[in-house]
Design a protein around this ligand. Structure first.
Ligand code: CO
Length: 134
């Protein structure tokens, strides 16, 4: 059901420092920061040959990243995103198998303008999973 790894998202306490490190130390091609007010994050997209990395930083009062950074002050992997062809079929199959979809279980439009869902990390080896329909 799942396809390619679309991205790995890393929550960072200092977006400028993390961006500079990926650009200058790791030699990656990084994009400009992008505010995503609907998701409470500022994102820097990093394009790699086979996938993407997204640096996440809190934006606004109720950012879902803020609590994560309180627990992980140095930052850390926040979620990984797998591609699916049909997000509603994927959701229904996951719910039927007992997995929990976060929120209302209705897909939202994600940072790339595509429908996304998040799956409860306790159901997937402690890893928050995002599914994105491509
Ligand atoms: Co993501």
């Amino acid at each position: 059901m799942i396809g390619r790894l679309n991205h790995v998202a890393i929550a960072v306490p200092d977006l400028a420092a993390a961006t500079a490190q990926y650009r200058d130390t790791l030699g990656a091609w990084v994009r400009d920061p992008q505010d995503e007010p609907d998701h409470g994050v500022t994102v820097v997209f990093i394009d790699l040959p086979n996938t993407k990395v997204e640096l996440l930083h809190p934006l606004g009062e109720d950012s879902p990243i803020a609590a994560f950074l309180q627990r992980n002050p140095a930052g850390g992997i926040h979620h990984i995103c797998y591609e699916v062809d049909d997000i509603l079929a994927a959701r229904d199959r996951l719910i039927a198998s007992g997995a929990r979809v976060l929120g209302s279980s209705a897909p939202k439009i994600g940072a790339h303008g595509k429908p996304v869902l998040f799956l409860h990390p306790k159901d997937f080896s402690g890893c928050l999973i995002e599914l994105e329909q491509v």
